[in-house]
Design a protein around this ligand. Sequence first.
Ligand code: GLN
Length: 200
Amino acid sequence: MGGDAPRIGVLALQGDVREHVRILRLLGAGVRTVRRPAELAEVDGLVIPGGESSVIDKLSRAFGMRDPLRRAIADGLPVYGTCAGLILLADEVLDGLPGQESFGGLDVAVRRNAFGSQLDSFESDLRVEVFGEPPVKAVFIRAPVVERWGAGVEILATLDDGRVVAVEQGNLLGTSFHPEVSDETRFHERLLERVRARLN
Ligand code: GLN
């Protein structure tokens, strides 16, 4: 890919930044961490990592990143959010902390910590139609679920009980779980495809 490698940012305010950087490098992307508006302006696509959505929300305001992020999303920047990242992409956050906001863009309502404290974290093999075989080994950590979605939202994966845990709308992709911790690369590849399509 050489000099043509798409430049993918990982929002590095808080969360599991390193794991995403590792997967994106593995896929040949030019990866940079993004904390400032000037850094955001230099990337062709963005990952919002897992972590704590309320903390990322607060820090994004402190770093002057919230409005630039909202504008970039509205302008069609391809973005992939995992777990807290999905919450931050949701137009509506259920069970957020008082005053918690999101960047929005995805026409969904997402409930934080939807599995309760007894089921803090678990793994599940998920069938993701658009990927085919093998199933995705999905790691859920204090994970959210998508409880409402608009007509333009495509459901990519559900749990056996029907709860929605992966969605896509235009250039925005969100998963409740963390593919970056189980060496699952197909979601990041999908982000890269969106980025390449937009650059061409
Ligand atoms: N529960 C966290 C939140 O509300 C998300 C957890 C995660 O990203 N693994 O942001």
